[in-house]
Design a protein around this ligand. Structure first.
Ligand code: SF4
Ligand code: SF4
Length: 134
């Protein structure tokens, strides 16, 4: 089983080796997709965790028991080519270059492989051509 989640850590847990414990104590594979720490405030971590269903549930219970908020992360970004007018607004905003411009053709394309599903583009597309699927 595999789940993509956002972990929100309260200030007192920011320095704790939580991902290490998920791996060691619950036999889970943890892939960090994105991390943001605000010193002395909170930490946010987008991760993909995989492992046996029971281990996964136990690992999530361990996190929530510690006081970490666990929220589901969007699973997929859907780009609707027909709605897209190739304005390039998403290209400038995407942190990983998943939307690209072909300058010669003046067209935008989406590379799903690069996407980390942060959702920024979907919130800013003026033509609602990008949707976040949960
Ligand atoms: S912001 Fe929307 S309309 Fe503009 S290029 Fe991106 S997907 Fe297309
Ligand atoms: S969801 Fe984030 S990473 Fe994916 S294409 Fe949009 S801006 Fe880029």
């Amino acid at each position: 089983m595999n789940r993509k989640v956002t972990l929100v850590f309260p200030r007192e847990l920011v320095g704790e080796p939580i991902t290490y414990r998920l791996i060691k104590n619950y036999d889970l594979v943890v892939n960090i997709l994105k991390a943001k720490i605000i010193p002395y405030k909170e930490g946010k971590l987008d991760i993909e965790i995989s492992g046996e269903k029971d281990n996964l549930n136990r690992g999530i219970n361990y996190l929530t028991g510690l006081g970490v908020k666990v929220k589901p992360l969007a699973q997929q970004i859907k780009w609707d080519k027909d709605k897209c007018v190739h304005c390039t607004a998403c290209v400038a905003l995407c942190p990983v270059g998943a939307f690209e411009v072909d300058r010669k053709e003046r067209t935008v394309s989406f590379n799903e492989e690069k996407c980390i599903i942060c959702g920024i583009c979907a919130l800013s597309c003026p033509y609602k051509a990008i949707e976040i699927l949960f």
